[in-house]
Design a protein around this ligand. Structure first.
Ligand SMILES: Cc1ncc(COP(=O)(O)O)c(C=O)c1O
Length: 465
């Protein structure tokens, strides 16, 4: 085979999976002795909650103050500086060890310092990091092929699918919204409305933010984009009314991550699928937080027995290297033409190579069934450990994406503070909920330890009411 025909054959293989958006040329803690967590045995956690500032490592406040001269102050953060991690643990500058049930907000699913990720990074950086989308490179199609081949060949994916790579969840959703508008316009100029749901979070760019009906995020940046409408989550009657012929796309998280860890009702998602088909709108599932194994299935929409027209991935896909992916059914992909969308960094050689290593590791029946088992174990253990608590209203979620709904008397931020002082990182979300996103490689012993710290931290705060 000549070099050109080899290249052409490779190019054809590549274009089988990637969406043709760019035209390209043809070349191929000072240690706090009183804190017991340093022993790290699972169930015997003693709560010794001191104010975080009292237990701050020497020099930390000075360093944070120093840094604040240069960094835009967008985030409220505790007085701890993390500088390394191993498995399910991170360490601060005083070498204090924290069990990490935040996992970089669902990013570090394979844990910290994982050799699979380290080796993939090393393998790639000495070859090439970035080529740009003006030229072909091998890695994006490798990951796109893995994603496309992971899809059940039924429903909307029966004819195949194509992948567009960006660099973040926001970008993946922004692309999905644009693609839905592009699709709608092939039918009518008026078919441009995007429906999203109360308490949703889809990102902070103006498009993604317009689909995120939270006044705290939206109001400072109004006016938002025209053509966005909101409907109540899990409300079939309202969806029926709101999703009409002018709708080109309906975007939804099947478990709302920021919104309070609320899983959608199966009937609701199945109704959305049906309604979208009736009015020729695209069903877009935002799997930025739920995707790539987090809920015990490779994609959370698989719990609902539906196939979306578009779904989006990001957070865990690159194991910490930024990447986003928008996956389109063939029918939608056909409406996108070269030049319609694009990115400089998206699909770069490094991110897609690491993404392929992460994806291959997680997309194994045994790995996924262990996530389901550990998720059920975490939920059951939390329910048992908090039985009788007047503060814990509900433990909910899917797989290793668990929310602990709290009574308004205690904020999840207060619980997260006490947990952190005991060596456990947890985060918060809407509906006064504590959000647990442990790495998918977490062990049952680590789950026992996390549950013990959470239940005792809640009890500690409850006793002070
Ligand atoms: C469901 C969902 N969509 C979109 C985003 C935005 O992703 P990113 O922060 O990578 O832009 C997030 C981030 O938390 C998310 O949870």
């Amino acid at each position: 085979m000549s070099f050109l025909s080899q290249t052409l054959s490779k190019t054809n293989q590549i274009s089988k999976y990637l969406i043709p958006v760019s035209s390209r040329t043809l070349a191929s803690f000072n240690k706090i002795q009183s804190l017991k967590y340093t022993t790290m045995s699972s169930k015997n956690v003693t709560i010794n909650a001191t104010h975080p500032d009292n237990e701050t490592a020497k020099g930390t406040i000075e360093k944070i103050n120093d840094d604040s001269q240069y960094l835009l102050p967008l985030y409220g953060r505790p007085n701890v500086i993390f500088n390394h991690g191993e498995g399910a643990y991170v360490y601060d500058t005083a070498e204090r060890k924290y069990l990490d049930f935040a996992a970089g907000i669902a990013v570090n699913t394979l844990g910290h310092n994982n050799p699979i990720i380290i080796n993939a990074i090393k393998e790639q950086i000495s070859k090439i990091i970035h080529v740009s989308n003006l030229y072909h490179n091998e890695n994006p199609a490798k990951l796109a092929k893995l994603i496309v081949e992971s899809l059940e060949k039924k429903g909307k994916f029966a004819d195949g699918a194509k992948v567009f790579f960006g660099n973040s969840g926001t970008e993946a959703n922004e692309a999905a919204i644009k693609f839905a508008r592009r699709y709608g316009k092939t039918f009518s100029q008026d078919k441009n409305v995007i429906i999203s749901f109360n308490h949703a979070f889809h990102g902070r760019s103006l498009g993604a933010l317009s689909a995120t009906p939270n006044p705290k995020y939206q109001d400072p940046f109004s006016p938002l984009l025209p053509g966005f409408k909101y409907s109540p989550y899990n409300d079939i009657e309202a969806a029926k009314k709101n999703i009409d012929e002018n709708v080109c796309g309906v975007i939804i998280e099947v478990v709302q991550g920021e919104g309070g860890l609320t899983p959608a009702k199966k009937e609701f998602i199945q109704y959305l699928r049906k309604r979208c088909d009736e009015v020729n709108a695209l069903l877009i599932i935002d799997e930025i937080q739920t995707g790539v194994g987090r809920t015990g299935k490779l994609y959370a929409h698989q719990h609902f027995d539906i196939t979306p027209d578009i779904f989006t991935l990001a957070k865990p896909l690159g194991g910490g290297i930024p990447i986003g992916a928008t996956i389109l059914s063939e029918k939608v992909a056909k409406t996108i033409k070269p030049g319609d969308h694009g990115t400089t960094f998206g699909g770069n050689s490094l991110a897609t190579h690491v993404g392929a290593a992460v994806f291959e590791t997680i997309n194994k029946p045994q790995f996924l069934s262990e996530v389901t088992e550990k998720g059920e174990y975490l939920k059951k253990s939390l329910k048992e450990a908090t039985k009788g608590s007047k503060i814990v209203k509900e433990v909910r979620g899917l797989g290793l994406m668990i929310g602990v709904g709290l009574d308004e008397k205690i904020t999840p931020a207060a619980v997260a503070d006490v947990c952190r002082q005991q060596g456990l990182l947890v985060i918060t979300c809407g509906m006064n909920t504590l959000r647990l996103l442990p790495p998918l490689i977490v062990t049952k012993d680590e789950i026992d330890r996390g549950v013990s710290i959470i239940s005792k931290s809640i009890k500690y705060l409850e006793d002070k009411l």
